[in-house]
Design a protein around this ligand. Structure first.
Ligand SMILES: Nc1ncnc2c1ncn2[C@@H]1O[C@H](COP(=O)(O)OP(=O)(O)OP(=O)(O)O)[C@@H](O)[C@H]1O
Ligand SMILES: [Mg+2]
Length: 210
């Protein structure tokens, strides 16, 4: 499903993050761990095609990219790729319900009321559906971003620190939702996290060193 080979990212001439090769098979649930600054968010952005690697290759759903030239192919893959990056933002002029449903419009996918209701219930979003992003708490924004990332039932979900800013109730609810996605909908999941509750729920660890 996803293979990374000899990937590195250079931000400055002196500093380079080098990633160990990794292959992720369908159905996996893997946590990316490592100290602050070790390159977790960078990794999430590289495998989500939001940033370009300095060297190496990324293979996803059978397509290999060494440079991100083929924008139209990447955009067509996005339907199966749910992403919650550290740079993901809600659109300020849309309410939360519209934000969450936006990928359905973009990819011209029919709405499933049943799935939407279940998602809203499990991520505890019912009370804020008609609010606008500027009036939400960080945790509410976080849960809305995750809902938007999974509204298309992607084959692969890639999320950066999905439980940052959440209290323990919401953390447990969100982690239970990830387990449900992985167990029942067979979504492959990659999460960067500092949170033991998330990494304990995952089935494999990919560790980065500083
Ligand atoms: N846009 C950028 N420009 C320059 N340097 C960057 C940029 N983004 C990240 N870096 C550097 O790359 C390194 C890895 O950053 P990254 O955000 O991937 O770490 P992280 O493991 O996600 O950390 P944290 O746990 O604090 O979120 C850091 O040294 C950071 O300063
Ligand atoms: Mg980070």
């Amino acid at each position: 499903m996803l293979k990374i080979k000899k990937i590195s990212k250079k931000y400055h001439d002196t500093e380079e993050i080098i990633y160990k090769d990794l292959e992720i098979k369908e159905g996996e649930f893997i946590s990316i761990l490592g100290p602050s600054g070790s390159g977790k968010s960078t990794f999430i952005d590289l495998i989500s095609f939001l940033k370009e690697a300095t060297t190496g290759e990324i293979e996803i759903f059978g397509n290999t990219f060494s440079k991100l030239k083929d924008k139209s192919l990447i955009n067509s893959l996005r339907k199966d790729l749910g992403v919650m990056s550290s740079n993901s933002q809600l659109i300020s002029s849309l309410n939360i319900k519209e934000n969450i449903k936006l990928p359905l419009l973009i990819h011209k996918v029919n709405d499933s009321q049943e799935y939407f209701d279940m998602l809203i219930d499990r991520l505890n979003l019912k009370k804020i559906l008609y609010k606008y992003p500027s009036s939400l708490s960080s945790g509410e924004k976080q849960r809305s971003l995750l809902a938007r990332a999974v509204i298309l039932k992607p084959k692969l979900l890639i999320a950066d620190e999905p439980t940052a800013n959440l209290d323990s109730n919401n953390t447990h609810q969100l982690v239970n939702y990830l387990i449900y996605l992985n167990d029942v909908l067979k979504t492959t999941i990659i999460v960067a996290t500092h949170d033991d509750i998330v990494s304990n729920a995952s089935k494999r660890i990919y560790e980065l060193k500083k």
